[in-house]
Design a protein around this ligand. Structure first.
Ligand code: AP5
Ligand code: ZN
Length: 214
């Protein structure tokens, strides 16, 4: 089963992807994570992407679609969760082609329906474990033991450089202008399911499970 999680920055795509990985053995294909890894490694893609990401704008379609193609070839276990991809009409077309070439198809597009004003608050409070990547939030999801990752026990955490108010506003504008317009493509194919992304994290997980298990 292959699914797209669609929603603006901070909608909870990464949070819900991690749960689908843990609960169903699916594989998370996050272009944001792939690009951050490239930046960290100082690869040519990373060098090109860094300034664009720091500004909150979109990296080129060719770069991200190539990253997705590589990851599909590395194997997708029980299925792929596309997290933060596709983000433009050109990427949606590229994904169709990438899946076709591998005799695979899209089964669901889950739209996380959220209130954009509340998202700035979510994003500004976000941090992750520097070791295993588990996501946390200053108010909504603190580690059970202060300063210690629930998953791996690490005491090192990090925050993203693009998680400041000004960049978040650009990221939201990019979503509205370039990503939201791809929804009708999938609506026309009957693939879109809407989930209330403002509900508590566990409720969102249950709502997604109800769709996938229907
Ligand atoms: P990317 O990494 O994809 O970032 P994003 O889309 O801005 O999404 P986020 O990771 O910010 O949010 P999320 O929806 O995953 O929310 P999360 O679960 O973390 O992209 C970064 C950049 O890379 C882009 O700006 C672009 O430059 C580039 N890029 C990436 N992909 C690209 C592409 N395809 N094409 C071109 N460029 C690309 O949740 C947020 C916080 O809220 C967390 O703290 C979480 O704990 C909390 N939270 C989650 N759900 C809930 C809930 N239900 N209630 C309360 N709190 C919650
Ligand atoms: Zn950890």
């Amino acid at each position: 089963m292959n699914i797209i999680l669609l929603g603006p920055p901070g909608a909870g795509k990464g949070t819900q992807s991690q749960r689908l990985v843990a609960n169903r053995g699916m594989v998370q294909l996050s272009t944001g994570d792939m690009l951050r890894a490239a930046v960290k490694a100082g690869s040519p893609v990373g060098l090109q992407a860094k300034a664009v990401m720091d500004a909150g704008e979109l990296v080129s379609d060719a770069i991200v679609s190539a990253l997705i193609g590589e990851r599909l070839d590395a194997g997708i276990g029980a299925g792929a969760i596309f997290d933060g991809y596709p983000r433009t009409a050109a990427q949606a077309e590229a994904l169709d082609l990438l899946l076709d070439e591998r005799d695979a198809k899209l089964d669901y597009v889950i739209e996380l329906d959220v209130d954009e004003d509340a998202l700035v608050d979510r994003i500004e409070g976000r941090f992750t474990c520097a070791n295993c990547g588990e996501g946390y939030h200053d108010r909504y999801k603190l580690p059970t033991v202060a300063g210690v990752c629930d998953v791996c026990g690490s005491t090192e955490f990090k925050r993203r450089p693009d998680d400041n108010a000004a960049t978040v506003r650009t990221r939201m504008a990019e979503y509205r202008a370039k990503t939201a317009p791809i929804l009708p493509i999938y609506e026309a194919r009957g693939l879109v399911h809407r989930v209330d992304g403002m509900a508590p994290i566990d409720d969102v997980t249950r709502a997604i499970a109800a769709i996938l298990d229907a």
